[in-house]
Design a protein around this ligand. Structure first.
Ligand code: ZN
Length: 321
């Protein structure tokens, strides 16, 4: 199985710098907990996938994300490739009383008396599969889809319309997969196909979270941040120590600098960087410039630094699936 190099905790890291009294804090907190719930749901699905696929050769891409600027972007939780089929899974880890309605397509969740409308997973999947098939091009392997509910305590109303995609609870996933057709297509070279799809993925890259979440950079807490638990660190003489896990944070300066570009934008002056890390000096940026993670422009008086955003996803192999 392959996952993109982790990039997705940026919201959690950002939140650590937002004072809890800030007007945007409650919204950010609920977004963070939704994100964590989503990730836990995906982990549950992963263990059932391993059970379902253990006796066949399969490739699994987790969190496939592709964006074509000014056109469209797709995000698919799991793409499973076998010689017999390709399966796209959308994972939902939403608790409460769930009603899926057809017209207009909506997911309506009731939890603790609060009614909330969310994007319809069927519509999402229909759109994803349409664009994904374009990516695949001409090939003979059939494409299947399913929406997987990872939350055990959700109560889902029976559907009042014909579901455009199968809707299953996570425990049903192994049975669902074992019922998919298993005739192998002789003329499919799986590995090159997977490689080709992997190469089309776009890194999930969040920039200028301040703007996105309406938080002024001046409102953010300054200092160094622990990269292990994301808590803010405290300075003792010359040593930054994480107040949560007690580790030393000084060596985490390069990651801290890179994060500032996620928070405040792709182009930053030294003055802006120092707003969040006051002790920062231009010599601290030299390593990042040399390793081409940062670029420098302008003359001495109005020098600015910008991040070099990766063009390609770095896929990490998680196990030998
Ligand atoms: Zn820590």
């Amino acid at each position: 199985m392959f996952s993109p190099e982790p990039q997705r905790n940026s919201l959690q890291m950002f939140l650590a710098r937002v004072p809890s009294t800030h007007a945007s804090y409650p919204l950010l907190l609920s977004m963070k907990s939704n994100q964590l719930a989503g990730r836990h749901g995906e982990e549950r699905v992963l263990s059932y996938l391993q059970e379902a696929l253990h006796n066949q050769s399969a490739y699994v891409l987790h969190d496939f994300h592709m964006r074509i600027p000014n056109a469209y972007s797709i995000q698919i939780d799991f793409v499973i490739f076998t010689k017999s089929y390709i399966l796209l899974l959308e994972v939902k880890n939403i608790k409460g009383h769930i009603r899926l309605q057809h017209a207009p397509p909506q997911l309506v969740r009731t939890l603790d008396g609060i009614v909330q409308a969310m994007d319809c997973p069927f519509t999402q999947m229909t759109r994803n599969v349409m664009h994904f098939k374009k990516l695949l091009g001409n090939q003979s392997v059939p494409v299947y889809t399913a929406i997987v509910w990872a939350n055990r305590s959700a109560v889902i109303d029976p559907l009042m319309f014909e579901a455009p995609h199968p809707l299953l609870f996570v425990k049903q996933l192994p049975a669902f997969i074992s019922n998919l057709p298993n005739e192998e297509s002789a003329n499919v070279s799986l590995r090159p196909l997977v490689r080709r799809i992997q190469s089309k993925a776009t890194p999930f890259w969040q920039t200028n979270m301040c703007e996105r979440y309406s938080v002024s950079p001046l409102d953010l807490l300054n200092g160094m941040q622990c990269m292990a638990c994301y808590s803010m660190a405290k300075l003792f003489e010359k040593t930054w120590v994480c107040m949560n896990c007690k580790c030393r944070v000084n060596s985490m300066l390069p990651e801290n600098i890179c994060l500032l570009f996620h928070f405040m934008g792709e182009n930053l002056s030294m003055q802006m960087l120092q707003q969040l890390i006051p002790s920062l000096r231009s010599r601290n940026l030299q390593d990042l410039i040399q390793s081409k993670r940062l670029q420098i422009s302008g003359n001495r008086r109005n020098r600015s630094y910008h991040t070099v955003t990766p063009k390609q996803v770095k896929w990490m192999e998680i196990n030998n699936k």
